[in-house]
Design a protein around this ligand. Structure first.
Ligand code: FES
Length: 224
């Protein structure tokens, strides 16, 4: 029995069907599981492995490589504070210290109510609004300590639910077309590519043989 909810299981099947190779759906399926549970639970990784024909270790190995995929519990809101150079100059260290003190957690920790996980992040690519903060990968601007407290209050009260969905939700508008690959065309392109590689290999071999024959032929190495 699937550990995905019925609607999610349906989306999972649709995702796998988009690609010529099932394993191409691995990362989209990880995001799907994260959308359902907030993080990638072990049994979800096992089911994803089954769906795309890889091992659970390969799913975990892939997921643990990417910052946006979490293999451990995450609060409803992942609050990331950039402490890279531009933000550092803009007060990121002070803001992070303030966040730790008011939330009562260190980076990587989650508040006791399960609402907020705090992250000390590398550059978030919003360097002109420092110190840059994102919540569930949505920009919320450069924040003062007071604005940060207001943000946390709003998140806890559900006042930002319209623009910041729970952790794991990548998009709320679903694509229903335009992604599906034409399997026949992919197979034809692969066959053409393999044929071109074989021709190149054959030509390289023939060239090497001609050069070897020249070097070992009459007069080779005589210097005349
Ligand atoms: S340095 Fe903070 S967003 Fe780039």
């Amino acid at each position: 029995m699937s550990r995905f909810r019925p609607d999610m299981a349906e989306r999972a099947r649709a995702l796998v069907a988009l690609y010529p190779e099932p394993r191409s759906a691995l990362i989209p399926l990880c995001h799907l599981a994260q959308e359902q549970d907030g993080w990638l639970q072990p049994d979800a990784m096992e089911e994803i492995a089954e769906l795309v024909g890889v091992t659970p270790a390969e799913v975990r190995g892939t997921a643990s490589f990417y910052d946006m995929l979490h293999t451990g519990p995450v609060g409803r809101y992942l609050v990331s504070i950039c402490t890279n150079i531009a933000c550092l100059l803009g007060g990121a260290e002070e803001l992070l210290a303030h966040a730790q003190a008011t939330l009562g957690i260190r980076p990587g920790g989650t508040t006791a109510d399960g609402m907020v996980t705090l992250e000390d992040a590398e550059c978030l690519a919003d360097c002109d609004r420092t110190p840059c903060v994102t919540v569930n990968h949505r920009y919320v601007g450069g924040l003062t300590p007071q604005a940060f407290d207001q943000l946390v209050d709003d998140l806890r009260a559900g006042r930002r639910a319209d623009d910041i969905p729970p952790h794991g939700t990548l998009v709320r508008v679903r694509r229903n077309g335009g992604l599906r690959a034409d399997r026949g065309r992919v197979a034809a392109e692969r066959a053409a590519m393999a044929e071109a590689q074989a021709v190149r290999a054959r030509e390289a071999k023939e060239q090497a043989e001609r050069e070897a024959a020249l070097q070992s032929g009459p007069g080779a190495g005589s210097g005349s």
